[in-house]
Design a protein around this ligand. Structure first.
Ligand SMILES: [Zn+2]
Length: 535
């Protein structure tokens, strides 16, 4: 099922020479960006009736005959470009020279040539930064529509929805706010991300890991529950953990932006703790969002490079602010390439059935201000769930938890965040096929990683026995290390769930008494145990 619904029109990265120009192409009414991509030029950003392209001299001449085309910059290869979108009346023309060079001012914001220092300075401003990737967009031609849904027990869906708790979500927002700063380049953000990863582990994900994407930045946190029937079909829920503020990097409380969305991801993982899925489910906490979607960009590209069949990615960003009676919740989907309407409609149907969320559908060709955009750019179906009543404390020190409906804070409506999370839980349960475990013997043995049960005797003499919950997969291994971390030997295994070490190294010589570590690697899950070997 890999790539079934995806036809890639532009796959020309490796062979093309360095482009001469970054140019902006205006589209006629009724045209969309595929009209430009079909000519073979590298389209790097689809911007709603216009697009950005990388072209050489000849392509520029050809393109100019078909469209109003404007060169923005020469030799773009080595530069950093940002789309800077202002909030609350901020004037983007003032960015010129202070933060970079303004190449174009559009209705949505400005296109800026800048650098890392410019990005750091702009993180103190009330703007959303979108990094313009100099990589061709990937287009999905086929409109997949609602996938075939697994059979799911309705009563289980109700139980799962009822497990979503206001206080649990509030607690997670509070905990994240208490990190004091989650600015991506601050050590404290690393700690927050590791806390999110540890929660994914505590909540029973089959594998969890940190996903580094750029030096000096906190990594992404990843938790995965593998599907018991179709592990190659993937659904996901995500939110960015990092934040910025006018006092960055040392203080960025970010309760609404985006402890609230992260709390939805954590709460989903929590209520699914004892649940299995037919399809795989990813739980993702991103960093580097505020510097231009860095974390989700590399995560989505990683999935695309692997050929992962992600059928839907639910993104939540700022879901806890809404004053009384204006607390509607927007679900933003893309109209084409990929068409995300089925997902938006599906989510709203679940919200209307199981929750009191006042959802509002918003379909667009371009909404690059959060992590769903990274998935859209790879042709993956995704949406952004976001408050409609936007907090006035966006990217300020005031983005903290306040009383219900209070105006001057970040989080003033945990009930709305709770209802949105409930709708997300129901959606994922139905899409990914939630079911309660029915016994180990019914589980396909090749899907779940073997877990380490114990190493014995310790202390004691060889042979040492290593016991696992199930046999290792074909690529699984158990390696022995000494106390200094040097590899001693790799144990042979023939499919059993118990391995034995005779106390010799790779060349068959007896090793001295001491502490030895046993590392079990199976289906991307690593576990380590220690034993003391006596003579
Ligand atoms: Zn955000």
């Amino acid at each position: 099922m890999k790539n079934a619904a995806l036809t890639v029109l532009a796959v020309t990265t490796a062979v093309l020479a360095a482009p001469d120009y970054l140019a902006m192409v205006e589209l006629e009414p009724g045209q969309d960006v595929r009209f430009v991509a079909e000519t073979g030029v590298r389209v790097v950003e689809d911007m709603d009736q216009r697009c950005l392209v990388l072209v050489d001299e000849d392509e520029l001449a050809l393109l100019s005959q078909r469209h109003a085309t404007r060169v923005l910059d020469n030799d773009p290869g080595a530069n950093t470009y940002m789309l800077v979108m202002p909030r609350s009346g901020f004037d983007v023309s003032g960015l010129d020279r202070r933060h970079g060079t303004v190449l174009a001012v559009l209705d949505r914001g400005a296109i800026l040539r800048t650098d890392e220092a410019g990005v750091f300075e702009m993180n103190a401003l009330p703007v959303e930064l979108v990094r313009i990737r100099l990589e061709p967009l990937q287009f999905s031609e086929v409109d997949a529509g609602l996938p075939v849904l697994p059979m799911v027990d309705d009563s289980l869906v109700r139980v799962l929805a009822d497990r979503v708790e206001h206080d649990s979500i509030l607690g997670a927002i509070q905990r994240l706010q208490d990190f004091y700063t989650r600015y991506s380049r601050h050590e404290s953000c690393n700690v927050a991300i590791e806390w999110v990863r540890s929660k994914f582990e505590e909540y029973g994900c089959d594998t969890t890991f940190l996903f580094p994407f750029r030096s000096g930045y906190a990594p992404n946190a990843v938790g995965i529950k593998y599907g018991t029937t179709n592990p190659d079909i993937i659904y996901g829920i995500c939110g960015h953990v990092d934040n910025t503020s006018d006092a960055r990097p040392d203080h960025c409380p970010g309760a609404d932006d985006n402890a609230s969305g992260t709390a939805a991801v954590l709460e989903a993982a929590r209520v699914f703790q004892d649940v299995e899925f037919e399809n795989t489910v990813q739980f993702l906490g991103f960093a580097g969002e505020e510097q231009g979607l860095y974390g989700s960009d590399s995560m989505a590209q990683w999935s695309r490079n692997r050929g992962d069949s992600i059928l839907a990615m639910l993104n939540f960003d700022m879901i806890s602010y809404g004053r009384e009676n204006i607390d509607t919740f927007e679900i933003i989907g893309k109209t084409y390439s990929p068409n995300c309407e089925w997902l938006v409609d599906f989510f709203i149907a679940q919200a209307d059935t199981f929750t009191t969320l006042k959802s509002k559908k918003y379909m667009t060709t371009y909404a690059p201000y959060s992590d769903h955009h990274s998935y859209w750019q790879r042709g993956y179906v995704s949406f952004c769930g976001i408050e409609n009543d936007f907090t006035p404390e966006y990217h300020t020190l005031g983005d903290t938890i306040g009383p219900l409906y209070y105006e001057w804070c970040g989080t003033n409506n945990v009930p709305m965040a709770t209802q949105a999370t409930k709708a997300a839980v129901v959606s994922l349960a139905k899409l990914a096929g939630a079911h309660l475990p029915t016994g180990v013997e019914e589980r396909p043995v090749d899907v779940r990683p073997a877990r380490l049960l114990g190493v014995s005797p310790s202390p004691g003499p060889a042979p040492v026995s290593i016991r696992l919950t199930s046999p290792l997969g074909p690529d699984g291994s158990v390696e022995v290390f000494d106390a200094n971390g040097r590899s001693v030997t790799q144990l042979a295994h023939s499919g059993g769930s118990e391995l034995s070490w005779d106390g010799t190294d790779a060349s068959g010589l007896r090793v001295p008494a001491g502490v030895y570590l046993f590392r079990v690697l199976d289906r991307a899950r690593t576990q380590t145990a220690k034993a003391v070997l006596t003579e």
